[in-house]
Design a protein around this ligand. Sequence first.
Ligand code: C5P
Length: 233
Amino acid sequence: MGMTARDRLIVALDLSSVEAARALVTRCGDAVSFYKIGYQLGFAGGLSFARTLIGEGKQVFLDFKLHDIGNTVEKGTQSIARLGATFLTVHAYPQTMTAAVAGKRGSSLKILAVTVLTSYDDNDLATAGYRLKVAELAATRARQAVELGIDGLVCSAEEAASLRKIVGPAIALVTPGIRPAGAATGDQKRIMTPSKAIAAGADYLVVGRPITEAADPKAAAEAVVAEIAGAAN
Ligand code: C5P
């Protein structure tokens, strides 16, 4: 894909303050080029911090999982595109995806769709009024995402190989739930090592606590980058 191993690692800044995020980014230094900001930091000053990071040459993934009426999603996406973010997540509803694709037009922002949240099982979908099972809904939405011009999907590394068959080579697969061998699993259930995730077809790996909570975050990030480089050869 013409990317360096370092550019394929996205560190999740799941931290409660900009000060904590700044401290981590400083400690990681050149080892990390790409950061993810979600609700926790995003709603605690993280948007202006995103702008700062972009100004320092880092790439930023805004994990805001947008979903609203089309006009609102389109205008919100335009604002995020102007910020200079690289990735933005939206829920994989056709209207929402269409609006986000329209909103990013003319910018370098890429839209990632979340097919079905991994916290949902078949029962949760039924309770929410869906007739499809998780696997069926995820496959349907993945096909729709490709048709509607979405740039990538967020998925578990376990799903990467089967999703790749549905979406083809041009769609980026971005996978959280990554745990280097020996790292604590935390609350993640479906985990994979960096090299296995790359071998399964992941383009980008999202890693949070194994790096943010490491005694030496820079060394932890460098180890993941080395593992990506080894697996990509
Ligand atoms: O700390 P950890 O490596 O588990 O962080 C993973 C990151 O990826 C978190 O920001 C989490 O919200 C996100 N994520 C996830 N599982 C999903 C989707 C997103 O862990 N299915």
